[in-house]
Design a protein around this ligand. Sequence first.
Ligand SMILES: Cc1cc2nc3c(=O)[nH]c(=O)nc-3n(C[C@H](O)[C@H](O)[C@H](O)COP(=O)(O)OP(=O)(O)OC[C@H]3O[C@@H](n4cnc5c(N)ncnc54)[C@H](O)[C@@H]3O)c2cc1C
Length: 462
Amino acid sequence: MALVCVMGGGPAGSIFAIRMAELGHEVELIESARFPRPHLGESLSPGVVPLLESLGAEGALAGARPVRQVEVAWDGPPLIRADVRAEGRLVDRGTFDRRLIDHARGLGVRIRQPARIIERRQDERGFRLTIETEAGREERAADFLADARGRAAAGAWRRATTGPLTLALHAYWKGTGPPTHPVIQAGDEAWYWAVPLPDGTSNLQVFVDARQFGAAPKAALAARYLDLLDHSGFRRGLRQSEVMASDATPYVARSAATSSSIGLGEAALALDPLSSSGVQKAIQTSLAGAIVANTLIRRPAWAAAAMDFYTASLEEASTRHRSWAAGYYAEAARTRPASFWQDRAAAAPDEIPRAAVVSTDAAGAAAQPVELSRDLVIEDLPCIEGEFVTLAKALRHPGLAGPVAFLGGQPLAPLVNDLSSGATLVEIAQGWSRRMPFKSALSIAIWLRNSGILVDRGGVLP
Ligand SMILES: Cc1cc2nc3c(=O)[nH]c(=O)nc-3n(C[C@H](O)[C@H](O)[C@H](O)COP(=O)(O)OP(=O)(O)OC[C@H]3O[C@@H](n4cnc5c(N)ncnc54)[C@H](O)[C@@H]3O)c2cc1C
């Protein structure tokens, strides 16, 4: 049984520890802070609930406030966006993170808290760690090291920034002023975010250009924060904490796994806080990271595929989110000339070229004979199968944003290999209907046609 050591007990560290314990590893988690403690990331996106449910860890959300509506003043007058399903949650991160650690403890994970690794050495037998606790120093051995120290892990993994340098100025407020639902608001050279918490306080955050404020002394940052809040129109109530400044610049690790270590959550990937999905993404990277770590430990022959898979999945998540955030900033930038907005709106990566996109419906599928596009390539793609990373055959084509191995749970390569040139979409679907319902087969055939992977026989797509 491999001894896995996890540094950091935020959502990424706890979820990774939970999954690794479930996969049969001996896990020790080392968290430097005493919990509960306040932490940014208090507004959880809707995807967090099903992820926690899938781990049986939904108890961590007890006492959380459901998000029923959000007030948005972005590219026009304030709008109330109602969420009838109320799937987002507002949490006290001190309590939430502590409950996740408790869940890990219940699965046999050894928790050292407060404790910190102050030295680590690696030799052919694994890692030798020196841990400092309140009781003194201890020596430890570990076969595998997971880094879930959040932004504090700066320097451990090669990170590339993926958006403009951003600073969050924030403080906790109480009283009649702060709102009862989240508020997002665009200012001239900043954006504002009010997050009301279960205990009746609100975290009022202001996001500014770090190049303008980063070097300012603490008192000047606090004065600027209060000044910006005055301009925002937020009614604030009474301040309950000092004004804090946190880096909010998005980044992605160029590579976040070696054969015996992995970077998880915000140690490896930070999203623009605009989407409030950092915790969800931290959980997702940890679930994928656990499969990658399990493969590295138990199937070392597959190490290269596992590391490639992890790097590609972080990169893909970063690119997709960056593009989304830039589009959202662009809406506010239409009426705001300041570089704060223009820089953020311009951060979108180039659109992935889509070579051949046509629209085919079932009726049009009956008559036209089709064949495979000459641009189709079938290649090995690392992907998750059960508890390991393996290689699957995937389709790559200029009409796809990236390689695709499965559609609706069906492996695509064997379907494509089975095609006879000149058949119509309906005939193709009939041929596949031994393996799946005809309706699913026809949907896949139409998807292939709409992606440009199937083209009209003897011709090219318009
Ligand atoms: C301004 C701002 C607002 C945000 N708002 C949201 C939001 O509303 N919703 C959302 O989903 N996300 C939000 N995020 C992102 C969110 O905070 C992170 O995505 C999330 O906390 C990442 O979880 P994590 O477990 O990777 O890291 P963290 O939650 O940062 O946990 C890291 C843990 O490691 C511990 N640690 C650090 N160093 C050591 C060490 N040497 N040894 C042992 N332990 C150590 C720390 O004490 C900490 O407990 C926001 C981020 C910013 C900057």
